[in-house]
Design a protein around this ligand. Structure first.
Ligand SMILES: *Cc1c(COP(=O)(O)O)cnc(C)c1O
Length: 367
């Protein structure tokens, strides 16, 4: 094995791409043919089974489909494949840029839809969803984001899913930045399409999206897709039969993802990873508070994934602060909201409590 894996010059405190382990990066270093069992069976099919097991205890009822591209390609493939050509209507609950992106996709795909836009600091409630569904019986499908990476707000997935199911709707969830880092059960909670990607909490490198889908629901989506390459159904059928992706698969990324799944298991699974992320987050928020940096969100709404901090003063020079932190080995993330000047710090990826402590020392020493 190649021994000179370069050290990273900085930690990415961003929600993806994020800092990966040396093991994951080392797994990128060989080539694979895509037509033999050592790739299709032992890597692709193995990954698909493991993803289903990560997503639900009801493994027989679900399948996993991998899709080339970034996470958004998975969201667009799921929306464009789940909604029937006629007679469907999508309700989008949006409280951030990723929710709004789902609405943009529906609009681009010319799918009938309605958007409930909430402030970025407000989580949609089950009551709000129930009212919206009661008011418009044409709605057949619902989509929302679990962890809205825009702010770091954690939307109440289980309650919202229960409301959608109580009304008999098909549910799509953008769990991009939470799947693998926050425990969830798609089957028990009633999620029909759970969407994530290779480069978030499973801690692989970027290159593909993944959709864990309810088999009997996906099985009814055969003629729906508005795009040939983003046809989740066709991709599923091909993958299910042979482990092959319809078009060139990102082989190195896939092999590295397999390694990332191994490392997730070695860490103790999603529960252990969630515990580490929560500890990272607790240290970060407490330490930053002691240095005069307040969080945008109240603790009850905050995810353990990424945190928005208010500027400590109106004349705070974030670009200077950013460059300073980067020179000291930490890449932060600019804010993405209009309501208040903020910056964001992610704490997922190959990032540990000792890294958070080092970051806090760096921030404390900022001139
Ligand atoms: C990262 C992310 C996405 C996908 O973004 P890409 O840039 O396409 O990978 C979608 N939704 C959420 C909530 C995300 O955090």
């Amino acid at each position: 094995m190649y021994e000179h894996i370069p050290e990273n010059p900085y930690l990415l405190l961003t929600p993806g791409p994020l800092s990966t382990s040396k093991g994951v990066r080392a797994a990128l270093l060989r080539d694979w043919c895509t037509w033999d069992a050592d790739y299709n069976e032992e890597i692709v099919q193995h990954i698909r089974r493991r993803l289903v097991a990560l997503a639900t205890a009801q493994t027989e009822d679900y399948t996993a489909v991998l899709m080339q591209g970034s996470g958004s390609f998975g969201v667009e493939a799921a929306i464009g494949t789940a909604l029937p050509r006629a007679g469907g209507k999508l309700l989008v609950l949006a409280n951030g840029a990723y929710g709004q992106r789902a609405a943009t996709m529906a609009r681009t795909l010319e799918i009938p839809h309605t958007v409930i836009s909430l402030p970025e600091t407000q989580a949609p409630s089950a009551a709000l969803l129930e009212d919206a569904l009661a008011a418009d019986s044409a709605i057949t499908h619902v989509i929302f984001v679990h962890c809205e990476t825009t702010t770091g707000i954690l939307n109440p997935l289980e309650e919202l899913a229960a409301a959608a199911k109580a009304h008999g709707k098909i549910l799509l969830v953008d769990a991009m930045s939470s799947f693998g880092g926050i425990p969830m059960d798609a089957g028990a909670w009633g999620i029909d399409f759970l969407i994530s990607s290779s480069n978030k909490c499973i801690q692989g490198v970027p290159g593909f999206a993944l959709v864990v889908a309810k088999r009997d629901v996906l099985a009814r989506c055969g003629d729906n897709a508005r795009s040939h390459s983003l046809d989740l159904y066709d991709q599923w059928k091909e993958m299910d039969s042979s482990g092959k992706w319809r078009f060139t698969s990102p082989t190195h990324v896939v092999r590295a993802f397999y390694q990332a799944l191994d490392e997730l298991e070695q860490e103790g699974g999603v529960t252990a990873r969630h515990t580490r992320y929560r500890e990272n987050h607790r240290l970060l928020v407490e330490g930053m508070a002691a240095l005069g940096y307040e969080t945008l969100l109240p603790p009850a709404l905050q995810s353990p994934i990424i945190t928005s901090f208010r500027y400590p003063s109106p004349d705070f020079d974030f670009p200077a602060f950013y460059q300073y932190c980067k020179r000291q080995g930490f890449v932060l993330y600019p804010g993405k909201i209009s309501q208040a000047p903020t910056f964001r710090v992610g704490n997922i990826g190959e990032v540990y409590p000792e890294d958070m402590r080092r970051l806090l020392e760096v921030v404390a020493a900022y001139p």
